[in-house]
Design a protein around this ligand. Structure first.
Ligand SMILES: Nc1ncnc2c1ncn2[C@@H]1O[C@H](COP(=O)(O)OP(=O)(O)OP(=O)(O)O)[C@@H](O)[C@H]1O
Ligand SMILES: [Mg+2]
Length: 372
């Protein structure tokens, strides 16, 4: 069932992500043009921006549930992530909740997308907060775990070595009859306007996409515990992405490759607003034609998921044929194979904001080797 629902939501979320990209992009454009003294117009643009941002967050959760979130994982230690993130967790829990950390010494490393892992942790923590009505105890613990039987620790989790991260609360616990529903998208007991029922769906999808799993249990002494299991990762450091040489000479003309006309129009408007000149093509083959025909560009900005040749394949071809030409990828959607290959390039996630786009392009144009 989760598979079928995942497929459906993934498709819808992908389209929604593109729509929100358009809304948020134009909000940023208008924001710079509205008279600072025009209060009603300012309020309107802020309200549109806030609503679209909320929509974007929901879409990201849906994409995560459908395992279509773009993952940018790297080798890290969960203890570091928990320590770095603790101030935000504490703020989220409020002053009447005591936060305890029990972090294992010698915790193994894992390969994780830190941003998504923080989102998952935040979802568990805010659920704990709600279950305790804002007062009680929360414990965050990490541990090395080994299991030799499939599915023993969490549904779908194979035998193997894992790093666990658990959040335990002193709240009211999960009603027994709901235990097998809580990870379903839109399942919530919090009432209209309070819960969307996407928090745990995001956590579930993210954990499965990361090669791990999640388990929920009630404790005998009251309260609930959610445990995330990330596969142990060996090796010390990430392989460095191949160097992209800085483009010298040539004007600041950007070749934009985007198949969706509305997103392309927005991209052009944003880039032109940032002071660049834009040439747009709607597929990768056409982009190569233009480049091979001698077109001079400072950078290629390409969508990943397009009919025909993907943006990643395009980027790889460009790196071979035009090693000095930097490439910036963009996508709101993920596919395991494409993710692997896209790591060698800079990427900006959709929906991207004007500031994101501007700083990524600057990094690529000014950086010593184009990769931070
Ligand atoms: N720590 C917990 N203790 C008790 N019940 C919980 C706990 N965490 C989750 N639940 C139950 O699982 C349901 C689903 O959780 P989920 O995070 O997916 O959605 P939500 O919190 O209701 O809404 P959203 O996270 O989208 O704002 C909750 O409504 C609640 O009934
Ligand atoms: Mg929640």
């Amino acid at each position: 069932k989760m598979e079928a629902v995942g497929k459906l939501t993934g498709g819808i979320a992908h389209d929604f992500n593109n729509l929100l990209q358009v809304v948020l992009g134009y909000v940023d454009l208008l924001d710079g043009r509205i008279d600072a003294n025009d209060r009603p117009a300012r309020r309107a643009i802020e309200a549109i921006g806030a609503a679209a941002n909320r929509g974007a967050t929901l879409t990201q959760q849906l994409l995560a549930f459908a395992r279509k979130q773009e993952l940018r994982d790297r080798l890290l230690n969960l203890n570091t992530l928990v320590s770095d993130f603790s101030p935000i967790i504490q703020r989220n829990l409020g002053g009447e909740v005591t936060l305890k950390r029990t972090l294992a010494d010698d915790l193994w490393n894992s390969r994780i997308d830190p941003v998504q892992a923080e989102m998952a942790l935040l979802n568990l923590v805010s659920n704990a907060h709600d279950a305790m009505d804002g007062a009680g105890h929360v414990t965050i613990a990490t541990e090395n775990v080994v299991t030799d039987s499939d599915g023993a620790l969490a549904p779908g989790l194979e035998a193997g070595e894992y790093v666990s991260l658990s959040v335990t609360d002193s709240g009211r616990g999960i009603e027994e009859e709901n235990l097998d529903k809580i990870f379903d998208p839109f399942f919530s007991t919090k009432g209209v306007g309070k819960g969307t029922g996407l928090g745990l769906s995001m956590v579930y999808g993210f954990m499965r996409q990361s090669g791990g799993g999640v388990a929920a249990e009630n404790l005998a002494e009251g309260g609930a515990r959610f445990t995330l299991y990330f596969p142990r990762a060996r090796g010390m450091v990430d392989a460095k992405p191949g160097p992209v040489l800085r483009n010298v000479g040539g004007g600041e003309t950007i070749l934009m490759v985007e198949d969706q006309p509305q997103v392309a129009e927005l991209g052009r408007a944003m880039l032109e607003d940032l002071g660049y000149t834009v040439e747009h093509v709607d597929n990768a083959a056409r982009a190569l034609e233009v480049l091979r025909g001698g077109g001079q560009f400072a950078l290629v900005f390409t969508d990943i998921v397009m009919p025909g040749m993907t943006g990643v394949a395009l980027a790889q071809t460009i790196r071979r044929e035009f090693p000095n030409l930097p490439v910036l990828l963009t996508t709101g959607y993920s596919d395991r194979a494409l993710d692997e290959d896209s790591r060698a390039f800079e990427l900006v996630r959709k929906p991207y904001r004007r500031a994101d786009l501007s700083s990524r392009i600057k990094t690529l144009l000014d950086g010593p080797n184009g990769i931070a």
